[in-house]
Each structure stands twice: as structure tokens, then as C-alpha cells.
Design a binder for this molecule. Structure first.
Ligand code: SF4
Ligand code: SF4
Ligand code: FES
Length: 376
């Protein structure tokens, strides 16, 4: 039996289920091989707001084609799920197709109430615990999560605890649900984060003294906030490339990279250049530029320097030019930069930083360094 929270969008639920069946189909028999892909593409189109009135009947029809006609029970299972949901919630599908949004969206009455550290929060539907917490000023640490990128869930620093459970779970990938009670700072959460920070820094060079990111580095901040202890390891650190040229403008320090994959997802999802990927395995994994998609060809590539949470991606023009505490930010509104729909404040977050005068002994160049940043 599957228990589904009240107010769940059945169209999106069917999309998740059909994605599963499409992925799991081994492809041996024709009805399942072709039918799963067809069902999946139809439901994807509906959720994307491109559904057609005849799609509901088409979902029925394709499901019935599978029913009893596949080698194993996979086709039947997908058909039962699809027909069952359509029988009971046909109106939700018709509404989604007509209005290009879910019947459940924007319904204030169905906004779930959750509790974080005992504080009542009215979360928005489809939010994760991370989003709901941040929206209400409750801090949860994160390296790999970014509001404009897909969820990777790989760094694990955002661990939180559901009240009454004896284990921790990640907040960036946990959907809110009515009555959910979370702890973000329990003894267990603190102990877990401390151990995780030991792992994050296990092979990190901690060469903050020569790192351009020092002073605004998430790893530095979290080390002091959540760990604070020296490494317990007596093993030699795994060494890696210190200055790997990713492009004309960007060098990569693989020893500092914590493999959060933000830069990789940026080139896949935002700039769409697919210029970066991760090669090799385990603790020898490396971020590298794709051979057939040079990072130099990506006009937005400099953004990866800013979204890197540590000092792994470095700007060649800015390299060793200034310490961040000597920089003075000036907010700018760039002509032609239009706010994105989901982030109307983006244009006002761009700032230019200029190096202010330093004490004479510390100044090696008279010209001021400049860089522009979009902070997250
Ligand atoms: S990435 Fe952060 S922690 Fe690592 S050397 Fe640079 S400033 Fe230090
Ligand atoms: S280079 Fe930076 S952004 Fe890219 S995976 Fe490593 S730590 Fe993350
Ligand atoms: S921020 Fe949640 S796993 Fe990285």
C-alpha cells in the first residue's frame, strides 16, 4: 500500500511513477519497451504545460495495450497505476491540460504546516525542507545545493533530523509534508556534521594562506562553525592537480575541489555548454573540461568561479591580485540584464568590487584589481 499526502498533485505523481517504469523496462517485449516510453513522454508533455485534450484517453489506451501483454508483470504494474489514478483523478488531468498548472498549485489552504526546531512554519507546496527553512531565516548548511540548479544531494552537509527518528537525512532533497517536525541543530545532527567535515577536509590542502577564496570560503566558515578540530587522520593526503588549465580564463585546483558538482550542473543546466564533467572514481575523481566542448566557448563560464563554494575554480585575471577583505563592493545594475522570473532580485545582486588602498608595505601594484560577482 502506498500512502499519499493529502493535496498531492496526482498528475506529477503519475509522472514520477511513469519515469520509474520507463527507466526499469528491460526493453525485451514490444508493448513494454515502446509503451513505457510513450506513456512517459505524454505525461512529461502534460506537466510541461503542452498537454492536449486527447492525452487523457491516450494514456488509458497505451496502458490497456500493455495490460496482460508483456513478458513480465512490469507492463501490468504500470497500467494498473495509470488506469487507477486516471479513474479516480481524471478531473485533475483535465484541469492541468486546460490551465497548464496543477489544481493543487497556489492553494493556500493546502500549504503544509511544518515545524522546524519547534517553530511553526507555513511552507509552500513543492518546497523542500531546505527551501522552507531558508525562506524563514533558519540556517541549514549546504555546499552542493544551489537555488538555481538541480538537486545533487552529494555533499550531505545539510543533514537534519526528523523528530523521533534515530538517523539524519538531507534537507535539500526532503519534500515538506503536513505536520513534518524537523530538528536542524540536535546533538545527533551536530555530531554528524562534525564527522562529515572531517571527511570533507580529509584530503583538502587547507592552503588558505595562498587561496583567493580565503575570507569568503564556505568550507572555512563551516569548519569553524561545525567542526573546529584538527584532522584526526594520520594518513598522507591524496594529492591531485594544483593548477589545471580549464580555459584561458579559469584554472582549477583539484586538491581544493570538494566535488559538489555545482560547476558541472551549471554548464549542463544554465549555460548549456556541457563543458564540464567529472572523470575517474572514488577519491581520485576529477572535474575536467569535456574534450569536445571547450570551456572557452562558453560565454557564461566565469560564473562557475563564483558558484564554486571553495577556492577550486580560480580566475586567471584575478589570481593572487587581492585579498577579499581589501575589496570594496559597489552594487550595479547592468543595462540589459533582465531579472529571471523566479529570481527578480538577481539583477540587483551583481556588484563590482574594487581594491581599496592597502598599507604601503602590503601594496605591490598600484593598479586596483576589479572583479564582478553575483553572490549566493
Ligand atoms: S578552499 Fe577554502 S578552506 Fe580551502 S584553501 Fe581555499 S580558503 Fe582555505
Ligand atoms: S570545482 Fe568547485 S564547483 Fe566544481 S565540483 Fe569542485 S568544488 Fe564544486
Ligand atoms: S546541500 Fe544537501 S546534500 Fe549537499
Amino acid at each position: 500500500m502506498i500512502v499519499i499526502a493529502d493535496g498531492t498533485c496526482m498528475v506529477r505523481l503519475l509522472q514520477v511513477m511513469l519515469r520509474f517504469y520507463h527507466h526499469e523496462s528491460c526493453g525485451q517485449c514490444t508493448p513494454c519497451r515502446e509503451g513505457m516510453g510513450w506513456l512517459h513522454r505524454i505525461i512529461d508533455r502534460i506537466v510541461a504545460g503542452e498537454g492536449m485534450p486527447e492525452d487523457v484517453d491516450r494514456l488509458y489506451q497505451v496502458s490497456k495495450l500493455n495490460d496482460g501483454n508483456t513478458i513480465c508483470g512490469m507492463g501490468d504494474a504500470a497500467g494498473y497505476a495509470t488506469v487507477g489514478i486516471l479513474n479516480k483523478f481524471r478531473n485533475e488531468f483535465e484541469y492541468f491540460i486546460e490551465h497548464k498548472r496543477s489544481l493543487c498549485d497556489g492553494n493556500l489552504e493546502s500549504m503544509p504546516e511544518i515545524f522546524i526546531n519547534g517553530q511553526s512554519i507555513q511552507a509552500e507546496r513543492d518546497q523542500t525542507v531546505m527551501q522552507a527553512a531558508l525562506a524563514h531565516g533558519i540556517s541549514i548548511p549546504y555546499f552542493c545545493w544551489h537555488p538555481a540548479l538541480s538537486i545533487a544531494g552529494n555533499c550531505r552537509i545539510c543533514a537534519v533530523q526528523v523528530e523521533g527518528r534515530s538517523w539524519v537525512e538531507i534537507a535539500c532533497n526532503m519534500p515538506v509534508s503536513e505536520g513534518l517536525r524537523m530538528l536542524t541543530d540536535s546533538e545527533q545532527v551536530r555530531a554528524y556534521r562534525k564527522e562529515l567535515m572531517q571527511l570533507v577536509t580529509l584530503n583538502h590542502p587547507v592552503d588558505c594562506g595562498i587561496c583567493d577564496k580565503a575570507g569568503e570560503c564556505t568550507l572555512q566558515d563551516y569548519h569553524y562553525k561545525y567542526n573546529g578540530s584538527p584532522s584526526v587522520s594520520r594518513e598522507p593526503k591524496v594529492r591531485s592537480t594544483k593548477f589545471h588549465p580549464l580555459s584561458e580564463r579559469i584554472v582549477l585546483d583539484n586538491e581544493r575541489c570538494i566535488l559538489c558538482s555545482r560547476c558541472v550542473r551549471f554548464t549542463r543546466e544554465i549555460s548549456k555548454s556541457n563543458a564540464l564533467g567529472i572523470t575517474q572514481r572514488g577519491d581520485t575523481s576529477l572535474v575536467r573540461a569535456a574534450e569536445d566542448h571547450p570551456l572557452d566557448d562558453d560565454p557564461y563560464s566565469d560564473n562557475v568561479i563564483d558558484i564554486c563554494p571553495v577556492g577550486a575554480l580560480l580566475s586567471r585575471p584575478f589570481l593572487y591580485k587581492a585579498r577579499v577583505w581589501y575589496l570594496e563592493p559597489t552594487p550595479v545594475r547592468l543595462p540589459g540584464l533582465r531579472p529571471r522570473l523566479h529570481d527578480p532580485d538577481l539583477a540587483s545582486q551583481v556588484r563590482v568590487e574594487a581594491q581599496r588602498a592597502r598599507p604601503a608595505a602590503a601594496t605591490s601594484a598600484s593598479s586596483a584589481s576589479r572583479r564582478s560577482k553575483i553572490r549566493r
